[in-house]
Design a protein around this ligand. Sequence first.
Ligand code: PS7
Ligand code: MN
Ligand code: MN
Ligand code: MN
Ligand code: MN
Ligand code: MN
Length: 346
Amino acid sequence: AQQTKKLPKQPDLAFCYGTLPKVSRSFAIVIQQLPEGLRDAFCVFYLVLRALDTVEDDMSIPIDKKVPLLHAFHNLSQQRGWTTKAGVAEYADLMAGYPAVIQVYLQLDQQYCKVIDDVCRRMGAGMADFITDDVITVDDYDLYCHYVAGLVGVGSSQLFAASGLESEQYAAADELSNHMGLFLQKTNIIRDYLEDIMEEPAPRMFWPREIWGKYVSSLDDLRHPQNEAAALHCLNHMICDALRHAPHSLEYMVGLRNYQIFRFCAIPQVMAIATLALCYNNPAVFRGKVKMRRGQTAKYMMETDSMQTLLEAFMDFGTMLCKKAKSHRIAMAKDPTRETVVERLG
Ligand code: PS7
Ligand code: MN
Ligand code: MN
Ligand code: MN
Ligand code: MN
Ligand code: MN
């Protein structure tokens, strides 16, 4: 096991584990430390969905090609040797080497294949819908996030249950699993505001009009310094909305019994609440990429090893966020969601 971890013998497996840290720094670490029986399945699960997302994100693929490709992706991902050109840099490399991912997928346990295929099919269909439909209401926003992240939560739970390492109940824990994914995805969408709006050749935005429409007349207005007060209120509203999911994710994680699976689930959730605390009322979100300090990330990765330390981390960042909402009384007095944020962090 030790040897497979450091130097996978098969070239296909080597490609998968070599590509994983290039396309995701954070998930590569938590996937690597999963129990052996789940590690390869999650590595493939991640790469298949990352490849699907590369197609979704590639704004140079015309809509009449992209929509059918998103729908067919789960089938194509089971055909030896299949590949398509999409994305740039490390994502383009993933696509070019995709036949290796397919090979490893085809060698996985049947139960695992079924889960990955199912999530990929439903995510591809959901992404296709949102290629043409904008995110207008908060319900649309929740639905989009369900497709690209909630389903990952649902599939992850099914894999945990199928491995026998977690209770059979996780196979049917769709609601709580969805909240786990939505908490992560909404944090990503909030933090990526600037990157996504500056996307070439066209922006890809998921902030719902039902929220931003209360503060500005176009999403682009948020990044102009003359609108800073409105932009911050809007940002705080988005964060307030994301915080709805936090109590449900804690409820999900209380039920986990495997130490490595617990860490796999908990570390990204801690990073998410830390990121929300950092972004709250922070104009830097509209100027560049807000990132946690490396040392702080490492500290919480190390320390999150039990329900107790998980709750402590949520308390730390929850309190930090709450203090921000309570301070600057004058400047934030008119912030419509300030009271709700304080309430949600009780
Ligand atoms: C564990 C119950 C199989 C672990 C992990 C690739 C990350 C890319 O990055 O803005 O800004 O370009 O375009 C719940 C992950 C949700 C999904 C979604 C946790 C596969 C992660 C394809 C559930 C992740 C949600 C970001 C869609 O969109 O990306 C438990 C594993 C989890 C992948 C994530 C990612 C979407 C995404 P970026 P985008
Ligand atoms: Mn993406
Ligand atoms: Mn995407
Ligand atoms: Mn993003
Ligand atoms: Mn992106
Ligand atoms: Mn994106």
